[in-house]
Design a protein around this ligand. Structure first.
Ligand code: S3P
Length: 163
């Protein structure tokens, strides 16, 4: 089976959903942020702080091509699918799922988050603008999954039926 890529904004549930989907489909999950952290020996906030966002985006692009493209779930960082080159790669090599979550819910989840550099440096209006700006990219995923009012399990079953 082709790799399954989960895409969407920070807080959309990519990590949680990928773990449940991994258990259901019995295939491993790779998280691009974790992979970058392991490879560089630095945390994501550290990379942003020491090397800047552009360097992080370059790493995302590089590692994407190193990851397996079969029998795996890849949980992407919220900016991965925004880069056109990455989008083309992902949609060529695998099946992408945009986890669509409305802004009100994302806002609730991101308020008070201290782990994400973009949340740290932006106010809520700026984050919402970033979300709106990225949305057309996310919508180029193979499938859009509306996550509102569904359990994690229901979302995964819906995904399973699509593949
Ligand atoms: C980012 C999302 C983060 C992480 C980094 C940048 C983004 O991943 O890759 O902080 O640009 O949206 P999550 O979407 O898993 O929070």
């Amino acid at each position: 089976m082709k790799a399954l890529y989960l895409v969407g904004f920070m807080g959309a549930g990519k990590t949680t959903i990928s773990e449940e989907l991994s258990a259901i489909l019995e295939i491993p999950v790779i998280d691009t942020d974790q992979y970058i952290e392991q490879k560089t020996g630095r945390s994501i906030p550290q990379i942003f702080e020491e090397s800047g966002e552009q360097a992080f985006r370059k790493l995302e692009k590089e590692i994407l091509k190193e990851l397996p493209t079969n029998d795996v779930i890849i949980s992407t960082g919220g900016g991965v699918f925004v880069q056109e080159e990455n989008r083309l790669w992902i949609n060529k090599k695998g099946i992408s799922f945009y986890l669509n979550c409305d802004w009100e819910e994302l806002e609730r989840r991101l308020i008070g988050d201290t782990s994400r550099p973009l949340v740290q440096k932006s106010n809520l209006d700026q984050l919402q603008a970033l979300f709106e700006q990225r949305r057309p990219s996310y919508e180029q995923a193979t499938y859009t999954i509306d996550t509102a009012n569904k359990t994690i399990h229901e979302i995964c079953i819906e995904m399973k039926e699509l593949i």
